[in-house]
Design a protein around this ligand. Sequence first.
Ligand SMILES: O=C(O)C(=O)C[C@]1(C(=O)O)C=C[C@@H](O)C=C1
Length: 357
Amino acid sequence: MSDELLKQHRDAIDAIDAQVLDLLNQRASHAREIGEIKGGGVIYRPEREAEVLRRIQSINRGPLPDESVARLFREIMSECLALEKPLSIAYLGPEGTFSQLAATKHFGHAARTVACSSIDEAFRLVEARTHDYVVAPVENSTEGAVGRTLDLMVTTPLKICGEVVLRIHHHLLRKVPGMDGIRRVYSHAQSLAQCHEWLNRQLPDGVERVSVASNAEAARLASLDETACAIAGQAAAERFALVKLAENIEDEPNNTTRFLVLGYQDVAPTGKDRTSVIVSAPNRPGAVHELVEPIARYGVSMTKFESRPSKAGLWDYVFFIDMEGHVKDAPLADALAALRSRASYVKLLGAYPQAVI
Ligand SMILES: O=C(O)C(=O)C[C@]1(C(=O)O)C=C[C@@H](O)C=C1
């Protein structure tokens, strides 16, 4: 390529950057004005953010892919929102966990993420309004439900106002290169399970598998001990300066975790939403079937049905149901009304936009 041609393109980029910068600041000024209009009210508006991201994808003409433009606008909105009010997001720490990655994916880098020592603590701090939102894992495509999050949903006054879907890649990490002299591997129990087959095949005999509170904690422990390694993600590898002995060791190539975003707010419909409820059925034959029958009858798509012991009595269960649609829109509103008349208990956990990116 000739130097002259290169210069022409770079000059064009400089001119465009100046326009982009000006437009970004114009956008930010509008967001700040909107913040004034909201007064002390709720600043973060998940329904509007989903609408902005979906619209951007629908009008995108490339060459940037839809996912890339959505990511860029995710960050732009994050900075605009921070001008209105900086948000603080509680997650299961320490720094470098997938929960932190999920929080940043959803709220962008301008939100402050706050590491908590347990999912319980993260919920408590948001319930006490010390932080604005909690991001908590709820299910993994390989390992199923995250029981502790489901149990907390039964009693929390918080509402679900969003969801985050995160592809999970696990790496085998160590302070020094090579597999020689490894005595133990640390990780969260779910990650050990998600890499079970790979570990069986690749780890030398006699290596102990030790489950710890989080993958980031596993990485921290491995950074202190050359005879140990950890299973964790990229963020933890970088944070603790560990060597990647093997990449993407998860047994299931589409390994994905879904997280919920909870706070004190209801979210308006966007046209592509999900509604989550907890229900329990009277303890008699056919009760569960009767309970879910209206969901099928009204043509509502049920995307999750999960049972958990209710802790109220032996063999007594509550059911976590996710449905496509918003509680304020037909046909879900009708299906839920019918379900309420049959259930012994119903708790609406929230209606929120389906994940966009
Ligand atoms: O539309 C709003 O309510 C805004 O505050 C603006 C904006 C944005 O940057 O587009 C920022 C934060 C909200 O969560 C939603 C959208």
